[in-house]
Structure formats: structure tokens, C-alpha cells
Design a protein. Structure first.
Ligand SMILES: Cc1cc2nc3c(=O)[nH]c(=O)nc-3n(C[C@H](O)[C@H](O)[C@H](O)COP(=O)(O)O)c2cc1C
Length: 185
């Protein structure tokens, strides 16, 4: 027996993306965003409403997208519930530190080790649909192995559970992609 939950934005996993941008004075801002994902090999899609970050991105035509991590869950939630429009000390209070990206006019968050550096392609204020071009991905060495492979167990990315308003850390490896299904061919 299945139960119907009507039309709601619930799926698993939903990302915890931390979108960072610079305002008109060069101050960094960051927001939490769950509604987004890869849109093409070099493009990312986000659905973002009217926020200070949105203004910043439209002005600078650039942003970075970091993966929220278990280590930084409090700061990741904080930037999603407080706006820089109301709290000028938002970034300081979050505890996040930033460094300017070498590739786009946007900040990287030092505490979050994996970030997509993006140039704005388009934003539609009616729908909130935003597309960005991924021009670089930068990864802190501390989550890489000796062959520069990303170690998810060091990144400890979190997901947003929209049904229960909670965050969960991504768990253990259970299979090999493009491979395990071949057993059923
Ligand atoms: C778990 C979570 C997910 C969120 N997802 C989105 C989203 O996908 N799109 C959006 O526009 N806002 C989303 N928000 C809200 C923004 O992060 C929030 O309004 C933020 O304070 C905006 O900050 P700013 O005004 O400084 O840019 C989310 C917040 C949380 C806590």
C-alpha cells in the first residue's frame, strides 16, 4: 500500500549547495540552496528566489557552489536562514572565511573543500531558474588521496531531507556505478 503526499518538492538526495557571491562593495555573502543540480557537462542549474545573493550574482555575473559538509552543518544552515540584507555581519557570524576565486568574480569558502566556480549564463526572475557555466572545480588537498582522487569520506557531504527538515551525512559506498548493473545483463 502506498500513500500519496500530493505535489511536494521531496526527493532523495537533495543537495546542500552553499552559493557564495560578492556584493557591490566586495563583501562576501553565502546562501544555502537545495533546488539545483548538474544541467550539462559544464553547466549547473539552480532555482533561486529573490535574495541578496541573487542581486550579487546578477551584478557580478559569477558565483561559487560549495558542497555543504557535516563538519560545517551549523554554518551551512545559518547562511540559509539569515539574509545579508538584514545582518551585515552574516559571514563573520557564520564562521566562514573566504578567498577570491582565481577564475570567477566570486569567493571560495575556505572551510568547504569542494567548489564549482561558475559564470552566470542566465537568470529568469519569473521562475528563479538560474544557469551557470562551470569554469573550474577547485578541491582542497585535504580531501584528496595521493593520486588526487576525491575521498567522499573526507569531504563528508550532507544532504537536505526536505520531508523532515533535517540534514544527513552521505553514508558508505554500496556499489560501483556503470558496473554493478552488468551482473543482470
Ligand atoms: C535547507 C535550505 C535550503 C534552501 N534552498 C533554497 C533554494 O533552493 N533556493 C532559494 O532561493 N533559497 C533557498 N534557501 C533559502 C536561502 O538560503 C535564504 O533565503 C538565505 O538567507 C538567503 O541569503 P541572502 O539573502 O544573504 O542571499 C534554502 C534555505 C535552507 C535552510
Amino acid at each position: 500500500m502506498r500513500k500519496n503526499f500530493k505535489a511536494k518538492p521531496i526527493l532523495y538526495p537533495q543537495p546542500v549547495f552553499i552559493i557564495a557571491s560578492y556584493d557591490e562593495n566586495g563583501n562576501a555573502d553565502a546562501m544555502n540552496a537545495a533546488w539545483g543540480g548538474i544541467a550539462d557537462a559544464d553547466k549547473i542549474f539552480m532555482c533561486i528566489g529573490s535574495h541578496k545573493s541573487t542581486e550579487n550574482i546578477l551584478a557580478r555575473r559569477a558565483f561559487t557552489v560549495s558542497m555543504g559538509s557535516a563538519e560545517q552543518v551549523v554554518a551551512c544552515d545559518y547562511v540559509g536562514i539569515v539574509s545579508a540584507s538584514n545582518e551585515p555581519e552574516k559571514m563573520k557570524k557564520s564562521g566562514f572565511h573566504t578567498t577570491k576565486s582565481e577564475h570567477v568574480d566570486a569567493p571560495l569558502i575556505d572551510e568547504l573543500p569542494l567548489a564549482l566556480e561558475c559564470k552566470l549564463i542566465s537568470y529568469d526572475p519569473e521562475t528563479g531558474y538560474m544557469f551557470g557555466e562551470i569554469v573550474n572545480i577547485s578541491v582542497d588537498e585535504r580531501i584528496l588521496d595521493e593520486n588526487d582522487h576525491i575521498l567522499p569520506e573526507r569531504l563528508r557531504p550532507i544532504i537536505f531531507d526536505g520531508a523532515n527538515a533535517s540534514y544527513h551525512v552521505i553514508g558508505e559506498k554500496v556499489g560501483n556505478a556503470f558496473c554493478d548493473g552488468a551482473a543482470l545483463k
